[in-house]
Write a protein that binds this ligand. Structure first.
Ligand SMILES: Cc1ncc(C[n+]2csc(CCOP(=O)(O)OP(=O)(O)O)c2C)c(N)n1
Ligand SMILES: [Mg+2]
Length: 570
């Protein structure tokens, strides 16, 4: 069998149903074989989008998304999506065709040294130099990508090896899976130390991260907290890990976190961080003077060592957060552990009610925040959301209360504009009976606008909500503060009706609106359209995103803006 067919057989044995990619000479044998197999190839409009679609498949499921691209500019096009996945710990496989082996090192057409270029952005780069390696490399890459701190694996295969003949050994995939299947648990002694610290605390707070953003992780934290009812804050990567409608869930923490999350962190005395990497947009603001004891669980040894050095946690554990939480829950049940923190729970509940999000309600122009507020009442609890990067992203994170894990897909660490549409394509293929809703800004949308073609031409029933403030709003806001209001390169003076592009790309529903009285009904029609739908909402260029905790300042310096105020809860 050819190397190309070994690639296909290996992917099929791993249960891969879709690959996302783009063709070219060096990958052609593999793509030819894929298109004759049980695997469906989804052709994106460029390779960054293909890799993002594969990542969206992983972000919204338990499987690993696969992208297949050719050499040179094609594989370098995936670099941003690979780096994005690495930064957010997302499993991903990118397979690239390479120039034939005899041309490597000859300054050949479309050659790039993949191992060197991707060395710092991938969890692993595998350069295939023997056809016999292909089967084991692909099967191992799948489980390596998922294991420990998940991440992207790039497999580079010279085209002559895809064309040559070899033997497919059909090694059971479990052989590779089991390599990574070791479990580490908390001992009873460690559980006892943890609960002694927790019971000494009066104001404990959970700090939840992407490491628990899975069905098992979410179940584990919910079972743990069903016993203890500890207020929580979460990172962007952990939206929906606990039900955000819950009175004790304070939601997004950080530079643009909710008022109540950024307030509660100022008075906790036991900070239990789970599956987080202490992003500077969250943790720098805590500073080293946080007046709380710290407990930390994470699977990434490097991160735990860093935090042990920098923050001297009273308790820390390197291991899978799901297992550790299950151990703690078992111990708590066995020893009938309860917490006497009623005053703190009441404080948290009241804080959430007293400091609601708010925005400029007297403007004639629609506000992005207002769209989010209405949208939150219209989306069903299974809807999967992808976002761009900017004000619309953070407003979505603040206003949309997610009930379940893996529902809010966003570029957390890397902040990559252009993320939303291609990730939605991947999320759709992994969740075909679920509403997939893209929330994009006009700047972010433009970056991978060609995915309108992918979605429209394939008739994918994806809903795209474009919040068009005719600017790079987040930067526009920053310029008001740091550039004396000079708006350099952040306004879109030339108006294109993006909804018309969607119409031309065969969308079932495509509208632009700017009037308040159209908003609710348009959102409703848009969301209930059977096929692909595009709603462009024109919003206020001058809208400012609040709250904000500016770089170099701390949570006590949070600026709430002119509209967020304390109210008397009913
Ligand atoms: C690929 C990339 N380029 C540039 C940036 C810097 N950046 C962050 S937010 C932003 C503005 C985003 O504009 P838009 O998508 O319209 O969102 P808005 O803030 O207007 O809601 C820019 C330019 C980035 N994050 N990613
Ligand atoms: Mg914008």
């Amino acid at each position: 069998m050819t190397g190309a067919n070994i690639v296909v057989k290996s992917l099929e044995s791993l249960g891969v149903k879709y690959v996302f990619g783009y063709t070219g000479a060096a990958i052609l044998p593999a793509i030819d074989a894929i298109c004759q197999s049980s695997i469906t190839m989804v052709v994106n409009s460029n390779e960054q989008s293909a890799a993002f679609s594969a990542a969206g498949y992983s972000r919204s499921s338990h499987a690993v998304g696969v992208a297949v691209v050719t050499s040179g500019p094609a594989i370098t096009n995936t670099l941003t999506a690979v780096a994005d996945s690495y930064a957010d710990s997302i499993p991903l496989i990118v397979i690239s065709g390479q120039v034939p082996e005899h041309k490597i090192g000859t300054d050949s057409f479309q050659h790039i040294d993949v191992a060197n270029v991707f060395g710092a952005t991938a969890k692993k780069v595998i350069t295939i130099d023997k056809i016999e390696q292909i089967e084991s490399a692909i099967k191992d890459a799948y489980y390596l990508a998922l294991s420990g701190k998940p991440g992207p694996v790039v497999i580079d295969i010279p085209v002559n090896l895809l064309q040559n003949e070899s033997v497919y050994h059909a090694v059971p995939v479990e052989t590779y899976r089991d390599i990574y299947a070791h479990e580490i648990h908390l001992s009873d002694h460690q559980c006892q130390i943890f609960f002694t610290l927790l019971q000494e605390a009066n104001r404990p707070l959970l700090y939840l991260g992407g490491g628990v953003n899975s069905s098992q992780g979410s179940r584990a934290i919910r079972e743990f907290n069903a016993l203890l009812n500890i207020p929580s804050v979460n990172t962007l990567m952990a939206k929906g890990v606990v039900d955000e409608n819950d009175a004790l869930c304070m939601g997004l923490l950080g530079m643009f976190g909710t008022p109540y999350a950024n307030k509660i962190i100022q008075s906790n005395d036991f900070f239990f961080a789970i599956g987080v990497r202490w992003d500077d947009r969250v943790a720098d603001k805590v500073g080293f003077a946080i007046d709380a004891k710290i407990a930390y669980i994470d699977i990434n040894p490097e991160k735990v060592h860093q935090i042990r050095t920098e923050r001297s946690p009273e308790f820390s554990f390197i291991g899978d957060a799901t297992n550790a939480l299950a151990d703690l829950t078992r111990y708590a049940k066995k020893h009938a552990i309860t917490l006497d923190i009623h005053a703190w729970q009441d404080y948290a509940t009241k804080l959430k009610k007293s400091w609601p999000l708010n925005y400029n309600k007297s403007s004639e122009k629609l506000q992005q925040a207002e769209v989010m507020e209405i949208l939150n009442t219209l989306i069903d609890e299974k809807t999967i959301i992808t976002t761009g990067v900017g004000n619309h992203q953070l407003l979505a994170a603040q206003y949309l209360k997610m009930k379940n894990p893996k529902q809010f897909l966003t570029s957390g660490s890397f902040g990559t504009m252009g993320f939303a549409m291609p990730n939605a394509v991947g999320a759709y293929h992994a969740n075909q009976n679920t509403t997939i809703l893209v929330i994009d800004g006009d700047g972010s949308f433009k970056m991978n606008m060609a995915e309108l073609y992918t979605i429209g031409s394939r008739g994918l029933p994806i809903k795209i909500l474009l919040l068009n403030n005719q600017s790079d709003g987040m930067v526009h806001n920053l310029e008001d503060v740091t550039c004396k209001g000079r708006h350099s390169a952040s306004e879109r003076i030339y108006d294109v009706i993006f909804a018309d592009l969607a119409k031309h790309c065969n969308f079932t529903y495509a509208q632009r609106i700017s009037a308040r009285d159209e908003l609710k009904t348009s959102l409703h029609t848009f969301l209930s359209t059977q096929g692909s739908a595009f709603l462009e909402v024109m919003t206020d260029t001058e809208e400012v995103l609040y709250p904000v905790v500016r770089p170099g300042t701390s949570y006590k310096d949070m600026e709430l803006g002119p509209y967020i105020k304390e109210i008397q809860p009913q």
